[in-house]
Design a protein around this ligand. Structure first.
Ligand code: ADP
Ligand code: SF4
Length: 696
C-alpha cells in the first residue's frame, strides 16, 4: 500500500486586521465586523435549549454580533409550522433573558429580529384572522387562506404590539432591536409593496403613504430604545422576478433614501428567500452586492449585507471599498461558527467553508432543527453537547481503520484525528472524496469538493493520519490489521434496475430495451460519443437528475427529462432551487415531462390520463434509488473476528451528503465515548391542574 504521512503546517496572517476593528452602532459597539444575521434555525420558541446553544456557539466562535431569528411579536403573527421565536407576552421573557446572557458571555452583541409575518402568517394554531394592508389571498398560493384588510384601529393595535415586544426585548437585554421588512414575510413589507397594498387611505397609494407604517414602527422602536439600544432595519432592497417587485434602482432605493438616517443600522438583502439564499449552483459568493452596494451611498449609518461570504480577502475588500461596514453571515456562520476566530488566528485553511447546498434551508420546510452538510455539530450543541471544534478527548490513544474515504469515512477519520487518535484510511479509488469528488464535477457543484478538502486538510495536519489510495483491502487484511476499531464507510451505488422512489420492483425489460446509464456512469465519463436522444428518468426527485440532464446536454446529446411526479425535481423546492432548475433546463432546451412514469415493459405512460406517451430513446439515464455497498461489512460481521466494528454513511443507508457526514461524525463520537453517546431532549413541563376532565 502506498500511504502518505502528512506533516504539520501553520499559517499566520494579519492582513485581516480591519475585520476585527470595533464599530459603533447607535449607542452600542460591535466588537468586530462579523455579524451573524438572523436566520431560521428550526429551534423555535419551544426548543429553547437548542436555539440558545446554537447562537452561543457563534458568539464563542467570534461573531461579534449574534442575531435571533424572526421573533413573532403577537399571536396574530403565528408562523407555525415554521418554528420561530416568540415575544407574545411576558411568559416568553425568561427564555430570552437566558439567550442574551449566553450570547453576551462571549463579548458579542445580542440582536433580536422583531417581526410580524403579515400575509405570510397562517394563524392556524391561534385561529386569529391573517392581517394585511388589503383583503387578499395569503402569500402562499397553495394555502387556502385570505388576509383581512386592516382598519386604522388594527394598525394602531399592531403598532402597540410591536412596541410592547420591543419593550420586552429591551428588558431581556438585547443590544439591537430589529424592525423586519424583508423576504415577503413581513406585514411592513406587505404595506410597502404595490402588489399587496391596494389601500386608498394615508397608508396606501404613494410611496410616502406605503412606507408610513414602516417609518412609524421605526420611530416607535427608537422611543423604546431611548438611546440605550440600537435600532436596526432588515430590508430587502429588491425582489428580483416578482410582479410589481421592488427594484434596487427604483423604489428600493427611494425607500432607503427616505429613511436613510432613521435607524441605527441597515441590514440589507434581496427578496424572496430563494433569492436571498441562492445556492452555489446558481450564484457566486457575493451575488447580492450589485443590488445592495448603493445603500452605503445614501446613509451614514452602518450597513450589513450578506452573500455567502467565506473568503477573508473578499470581506476585507468589501469593507475597504466601502460597500459594507459589517460582514453578514447566515450560512457561513452555520457551516463554521468559528470562522471569525480562525481568520483572527490566521488559520484560514481550517475554515469549514459553506458549500452553498441549502440543506440548512430545507429543514425549515420540515419545521425541524437545521442540519448542515459541512457542520455535523449544528443543532447538536445542546442536544448531544457536541462542540464544532473540539471532539470529546478520550483518554486512550487508540488506532482505527476506516475503509472508504467518502464524506462519511473522511469525517469519521478527521474527528478521531482531532481527538488525538491514530487513523488509517483505505480507499479503493485513486482519489479521496467518494461521491463528492464525483458530484463536484457536475455543472455548478464545484464548491461541493470543499466537503472533501476541509477534511483532507484536517488529516494533513496530523502525523497520526495515514491515507492509502488504490487500496481495496481483503477481509483477511482488515482482520489482521489489529485496529482498535474498524469503520466501514464504503458508500452506495446508483441502481440501474428500475427501482426508484415510486417503483419498488426491478424492471428487467429496461435492460433489454435501453442502454442504461446511471449517474455513476455519467459522472465517471461513460457517456455515448455520438450525439443521440437520451431520456433522463427522475425517480429520485432531488438534484441529481437535473444535473445529469444538464451534463448530457452539454455533451451534445438531445435530452428529455421525465418524471412520474407532478413537479420537476420535487425536493429541490426545499433547497429553494426548483425555479432555477426549471429555468436552466428550459434554457438548455431540455424538454420536461412531469406525471410520466416508466412502466415495467419499458414504455412511458401519463399517470393522469393513463395514455401511453410516444417517447422513444435508445439510451435511458436512470436516476432512481441507490444501493448500499454492505458486502464488506456483512462479511466481517458474519465472521465475528473484529470486536469493534462500525459502519457509517451511505453504506448503512443511502442518503444525502449531509446525512453521511453526520453519520461519520456520530460514529467517531461513539468510539470516543467508549461505545455510546448521550442526547438530551427538549421537554415541555405540564402545568399542574390545567386539565378539566369533566364533561360539561
Ligand atoms: P459516503 O457518502 O457514505 O461517504 P461515498 O460513496 O461517497 O459514501 O464514499 C464511499 C467511498 O468508499 C468511495 O470513495 C469508495 O470508492 C470507497 N470504497 C467502497 N468500497 C470500498 C472498499 N472495499 N475498500 C476501500 N474503499 C471502498
Ligand atoms: Fe452551507 Fe450547505 Fe451548510 Fe447550509 S447546509 S450552511 S448551504 S454547507
Amino acid at each position: 500500500m502506498g500511504g502518505r504521512r502528512y506533516s504539520q503546517k501553520t499559517v499566520n496572517d494579519h492582513r485581516y486586521q480591519c475585520l476585527f476593528e470595533p464599530l459603533r452602532i447607535g449607542p452600542v459597539t460591535a466588537p468586530n465586523r462579523f455579524y451573524a444575521v438572523p436566520h431560521a434555525t428550526g429551534h423555535g420558541w419551544n426548543q429553547p435549549h437548542g436555539a440558545i446553544a446554537l447562537r452561543a456557539m457563534k458568539a464563542e466562535g467570534g461573531w461579534g454580533t449574534v442575531c435571533v431569528q424572526i421573533t413573532e411579536i403577537a399571536p396574530d403573527s403565528d408562523m407555525a409550522n415554521h418554528p420561530m421565536e416568540r415575544l407574545w407576552d411576558d411568559t416568553d421573557l425568561p427564555r430570552h433573558i437566558t439567550q442574551v446572557e449566553a450570547i453576551k458571555k462571549h463579548g458579542s452583541l445580542a440582536a433580536i429580529e422583531l417581526g410580524h409575518g403579515g400575509m405570510r402568517c397562517r394563524n392556524i394554531t391561534t385561529g386569529l384572522p391573517v392581517i394585511g394592508p388589503s383583503a387578499m389571498p395569503v402569500l402562499r398560493p397553495e394555502v387556502p387562506l385570505q388576509s383581512m384588510a386592516m382598519h386604522k384601529r388594527d394598525i394602531k393595535t399592531f403598532r402597540q404590539s410591536h412596541k410592547r415586544a420591543a419593550i420586552r426585548a429591551k428588558q431581556a437585554g438585547y443590544d439591537i432591536l430589529y424592525i423586519y421588512a424583508a423576504h415577503d414575510i413581513s406585514l411592513i413589507s406587505n404595506f410597502v409593496s404595490l402588489r399587496t397594498n391596494q389601500r386608498n387611505d394615508e397608508y396606501g397609494g404613494s410611496l410616502t403613504n406605503r412606507i408610513r407604517l414602516f417609518r412609524e414602527v421605526i420611530e416607535d422602536t427608537l422611543d423604546v430604545a431611548a438611546g440605550e439600544r440600537a435600532v436596526a432595519v432588515r430590508f430587502s432592497v429588491a425582489e428580483p422576478g416578482a410582479k410589481y417587485g421592488l427594484k434596487h434602482d427604483e423604489e428600493g432605493r427611494d425607500i432607503v433614501e427616505a429613511l436613510a438616517e432613521l435607524p441605527d443600522l441597515w441590514d440589507v438583502n434581496i427578496s424572496g428567500w430563494s433569492h436571498d439564499s441562492k445556492t452555489a449552483r446558481f450564484s457566486e459568493e457575493g451575488y447580492q452586492q450589485p443590488y445592495t452596494e448603493f445603500v452605503k451611498t445614501l446613509t451614514t449609518k452602518p450597513v450589513v449585507g450578506v452573500g455567502r461570504f467565506i473568503s477573508p480577502d473578499n470581506m476585507v475588500s468589501l469593507l475597504q471599498q466601502g460597500h459594507l461596514d459589517l460582514i453578514g453571515g447566515a450560512r457561513p456562520s452555520i457551516a463554521d461558527p468559528f470562522l471569525p476566530n480562525k481568520i483572527k488566528a490566521g488559520r484560514l485553511d481550517e475554515i469549514r467553508e459553506c458549500i452553498g447546498c441549502n440543506i440548512c434551508v430545507s429543514m425549515d420546510s420540515y419545521g425541524v432543527p437545521l442540519r448542515c452538510t459541512q457542520n455535523p455539530t449544528i443543532s447538536e450543541e445542546w442536544r448531544s453537547q457536541w462542540h464544532p471544534e473540539s471532539p470529546a478527548l478520550s483518554t486512550g490513544r487508540q488506532s482505527h481503520l476506516v475503509i472508504g474515504a467518502g464524506p462519511a469515512g473522511l469525517e469519521c477519520a478527521a474527528t478521531l484525528i482531532r481527538a488525538g487518535h491514530h487513523v488509517t484510511i483505505a480507499e479503493k479509488r485513486n482519489k479521496a472524496g467518494g461521491r463528492v469528488s464525483l458530484e463536484s464535477s457536475l455543472p455548478g457543484l464545484s464548491t461541493w469538493a470543499r466537503v472533501r478538502d476541509y477534511r483532507l486538510h484536517q488529516l494533513s495536519q496530523s502525523a497520526n493520519a495515514y491515507l492509502y489510495l488504490n487500496s481495496e483491502l481483503s477481509i483477511e487484511e482488515i482482520e489482521s490489521f489489529e485496529a482498535d476499531n474498524v469503520v466501514i464507510a464504503t458508500g452506495a451505488k446508483w441502481r440501474n434496475d428500475g427501482v426508484g422512489s415510486t417503483h419498488f420492483e426491478p424492471a428487467p425489460a429496461l435492460q433489454s430495451s435501453y442502454r442504461i446509464l446511471t449517474p455513476d456512469d455519467v459522472m465517471q465519463g461513460s457517456i455515448p460519443d455520438a450525439p443521440t436522444d437520451i431520456i433522463v428518468y427522475d425517480d429520485d426527485h432531488f438534484y441529481m437528475a437535473s444535473l445529469i440532464a444538464a451534463c448530457l446536454q452539454q455533451h451534445g446529446h438531445h435530452v428529455s427529462y421525465v418524471t412520474p411526479l407532478p413537479q420537476i425535481a420535487t425536493w429541490t423546492d426545499n433547497t429553494l432551487e426548483q425555479t432555477d432548475i426549471i429555468s436552466s433546463m428550459r434554457d438548455a432546451g431540455i424538454s420536461m415531462y412531469p406525471n410520466t412514469a416508466i412502466e415495467s415493459d419499458g414504455t412511458f405512460c401519463n399517470v393522469l390520463s393513463l395514455h401511453k406517451e410516444p417517447l422513444t430513446t435508445g439510451t435511458l439515464a436512470f436516476v432512481g434509488a441507490r444501493q448500499s455497498n454492505t458486502a464488506l461489512y456483512d462479511r466481517l460481521l458474519e465472521r465475528g473476528k473484529i470486536q469493534q466494528l462500525y459502519r457509517a454513511g451511505d453504506c448503512i443507508t443511502p442518503g444525502i451528503i449531509q446525512a453521511a457526514v453526520l453519520s461519520g461524525h456520530r460514529v467517531a463520537r461513539t468510539i470516543l465515548g467508549g461505545g455510546s453517546i448521550d442526547t438530551h431532549r427538549e421537554q415541555v413541563l405540564l402545568e399542574k391542574h390545567s386539565f378539566n376532565t369533566e364533561t360539561p
